[in-house]
Design a protein around this ligand. Structure first.
Ligand SMILES: *[C@@H]1O[C@H](CO)[C@@H](O)[C@H](O)[C@H]1NC(C)=O
Ligand SMILES: *[C@@H]1O[C@H](CO)[C@@H](O)[C@H](O)[C@H]1NC(C)=O
Ligand SMILES: *[C@@H]1O[C@H](CO)[C@@H](O)[C@H](O)[C@H]1NC(C)=O
Ligand SMILES: *[C@@H]1O[C@H](CO)[C@@H](O)[C@H](O)[C@H]1NC(C)=O
Ligand SMILES: *[C@@H]1O[C@H](CO)[C@@H](O)[C@H](O)[C@H]1NC(C)=O
Ligand SMILES: *[C@@H]1O[C@H](CO)[C@@H](O)[C@H](O)[C@H]1NC(C)=O
Length: 616
């Protein structure tokens, strides 16, 4: 390396830490991972179409992941890492051998009745929905459906019923809202003149009860002209799945059971609220009641927050809250509006009440204050994985296409890692965390990337560095950081004292080896780097017990010994200090050879000193 090259490369190392502002450890991610650290299997679409939605869906009965856009369908074989265009006999039979037969995929969802996938598509002469079989991709349980749906809209296929939404503004072809299609008949939303954006449909899939209720989350443009009120209002509505609509001239084919409540996310004490709901992830539990709903919000100042709602609280609000429009309440001896009753023999005043889209007086509040309020990052997508007995992993995509992996414990967020799956900034279209394999799939309009979230080797080669990562997916086990198993060493508070527990003796670190010896020449220049395993740590080089100055870089801390002399001999150690604990990251023994010395001009140090005075 020539002097100017070296000077430039060192200045790059040097400038980065100079301009990055450290604002405490809570919002800075601990490690950053890109293509250089870890290969991300990637599928580039053959004909990337700008602004095309690419939706990701998991095969509920297997390990395959499907990536669909209106123009095509692709598959990630869970075990092979390959992503390939799927051969779909369904389109061929509809095309009757015609070449260039065009179709548009309008619905993509998890398969039902043991099938991999459920999808709807529109071709030249066909509008069809089918389940797709796993083994041969044959289509089964097909039906014809004549409705415009966009693949980006939330949908849910359950018990022979297809629920889907229409976002935006109502037009002459239909109203915004939730639709149901079953047995050749529709149930529609009542017309609305407000702009709405649908985020998620949630139903109790487990119970199999089709008499049950279904919930959907969305935002609605505020019509209040007061600039002090928010632009968007987040809402949750419920309907009875079995709702067949009212009678002629009164809610015929329209929901007769729909109730609406407002969601609150924010911090009442600090007077901040978040109203633009962006994404929702559901953590289902054995009991439907204790299901948790994680909702990602943004506010007018581009602050992000995540609020967690309990299903039980939503159910309770719809069952017990007063209605905003009290005066028009129908007879009290009738069933409560929103209760699921068979048939459609509703008295006119009941239907009239339901026609006005009844809203609850109480808002649905989160189980606790907002989990994460970020001033620095604009998030767009959310996935959640609850690790039993450990903690909750949140995976959140940023506007730039990067992804944060966060540990959530009792409302506290710890930023474990930032992944950079795309080589250049891009908007994430869809994100899917497979909680079985702990693999994350992220799609943009031109590619799908897979991120292995259980790559524990990134955390270093010592028990303490593995524990400090606070990653519920990883643990220390017989001399390496590995995907967590029952007995591996882990402490989600990042306390390394677990590494010394006598009961875990077998799993602990091997004793430290004597440091490697480096032979150096008097008058030469020596660089010792201390690898940066964590952005939360501070790094210090010691020669014996004497502290030596080092240059902080993104890669670590670089100790430069210019013009080596006799007193530079000795043992050097680099210690990282994190969470009040010290970790030995590097050690060397420097010893001077007695041969003729090749003196190097210590230009590098001059360059560094120059930079030091100029930049900082
Ligand atoms: C895990 O990370 C290591 C080190 O950064 C890398 O070499 C390896 O390829 C990664 N493994 C996977 C499956 O991504
Ligand atoms: C559809 O119709 C069939 C026959 O009329 C009936 O058995 C089935 O329960 C209906 N399905 C739904 C979801 O209503
Ligand atoms: C669900 O929660 C409601 C209200 O908290 C309670 O009344 C009901 O018994 C619970 N059901 C189950 C199955 O736990
Ligand atoms: C929020 O972000 C958007 C897009 O990233 C930008 O256009 C807008 O100006 C930002 N608003 C504020 C208040 O910073
Ligand atoms: C770590 O755990 C040990 C033993 O449980 C405790 O004494 C110590 O205070 C803890 N240290 C930190 C930094 O929490
Ligand atoms: C290197 O150190 C030696 C002895 O300490 C000194 O004589 C010499 O001038 C130094 N060289 C440079 C270029 O600083």
């Amino acid at each position: 390396m020539t002097f100017p090259e070296l000077c430039v490369s060192l200045s790059v190392l040097w400038i980065t830490p100079c301009i990055s502002t450290h604002d405490g450890h809570h919002s800075e991610v601990r490690i950053k991972v890109n293509h250089i650290h870890m290969p991300f299997p990637t599928l580039q679409f053959p004909n990337p179409q700008i602004n095309t939605m690419v939706k990701l869906v998991k095969d509920p009965s297997g390990t395959n992941i499907y990536a669909g856009s209106p123009q095509g369908l692709y598959i990630f074989k869970g075990d092979s890492g390959k992503l390939a265009p799927v051969h779909m006999p369904l389109f061929e039979s509809d095309c009757h051998g015609k070449p260039n037969c065009e179709y548009i995929i309008s619905v993509l969802d998890e398969g039902t009745n043991g099938n991999s996938l459920f999808m709807c598509w529109t071709g030249e002469n066909v509008k069809k929905c089918c389940n797709v079989q796993n083994s041969n991709h044959k289509h089964v349980d097909c039906f014809i459906m004549e409705t415009r749906v966009h693949i980006k809209e939330p949908s849910l296929h359950i018990g022979g019923m297809l629920f889907f939404t229409f976002s935006g503004v109502s037009d002459d072809q239909g109203s915004v809202g939730l639709y149901k299609y079953t047995n050749s008949s529709y149930t529609w939303p009542s017309s609305s003149d407000r702009e709405q954006r649908y985020i998620k449909i949630i139903a109790d899939r487990g119970s199999g009860s089709l008499k049950g209720k279904l919930y959907f989350l969305y935002i609605e443009k505020n019509t209040n002209p007061d600039p002090e009120t928010p632009l968007w209002i987040p809402r949750v509505s419920q309907i009875c799945m079995d709702d067949k609509g009212g009678v002629k001239n009164q809610l015929q084919f329209r929901w007769t059971s729909m109730l609406t409540a407002r969601l609150f996310c924010g911090d009442a004490k600090k007077r901040i609220s978040f109203t633009e709901l962006l994404d929702v992830a559901v953590v289902e539990t054995e009991h439907w009641n204790s299901t948790k709903i994680y909702a990602l919000f943004r506010n007018e100042y581009n602050l992000s927050a995540i609020c967690v709602y309990k299903m039980a609280d939503i159910i309770y609000t719809f069952a017990k809250s007063k209605f905003i429009e009290k005066d028009e309440m129908p007879d009290s001896n009738l069933h409560r509006p929103g209760e699921c009753v068979p048939g459609k023999n509703f008295p006119p005043n009941f239907l009239k009440f339901m026609e006005n889209r009844p809203e609850m007086e109480d808002w649905v509040r989160p189980a606790r204050d907002a989990v994460l309020i970020s001033h620095h990052h604009q998030y767009t997508h959310l996935q959640v994985d609850h690790v039993e007995g450990k903690g909750t992993v949140l995976v959140i995509a940023l506007e730039s296409g990067r992804v944060h992996k966060v540990l959530e414990q009792d409302g506290e967020a710890f930023f474990i890692a930032e992944y950079q799956p795309f080589t250049s900034p891009t908007r994430v279209q869809s994100m899917l965390l497979d909680s079985l394999t702990k693999q994350l799939y992220v799609s943009s309009s031109s590619e799908v990337v897979r991120v292995e979230l259980r790559n524990c080797s990134l955390y270093g080669t010592q028990c303490c560095s593995c524990v400090l990562a606070r990653d519920p997916y990883c643990g220390w086990s017989t001399s390496s950081c590995l995907p967590a198993k029952k007995h591996s060493i882990q402490d989600l508070d990042g306390n390394c004292s677990v590494c010394q527990e006598p009961s875990k003796a077998l799993l602990q670190d091997k004793p430290q080896n004597t440091p490697p010896t480096k032979i150096i020449t008097e008058g030469s220049e020596v660089h010792l780097n201390c690898p940066a395993l964590s952005h939360h740590a501070s790094y210090t080089w010691y020669q014996g017990n004497r502290r030596r100055f080092c240059f902080s870089t993104r890669q670590g801390c670089l100790l430069v010994i210019a013009n080596v002399s006799q007193e530079d001999q000795g043992t050097y150690r680099c210690l990282a200090t994190e969470n009040g604990q010290n970790l030995l990251l590097a050690s060397y023994k420097l010893s001077i050879n007695s041969g003729p010395c090749a003196r190097a001009t210590p230009l590098v140090s001059v360059c560094l000193l120059l930079l030091l005075s100029v930049i900082c």
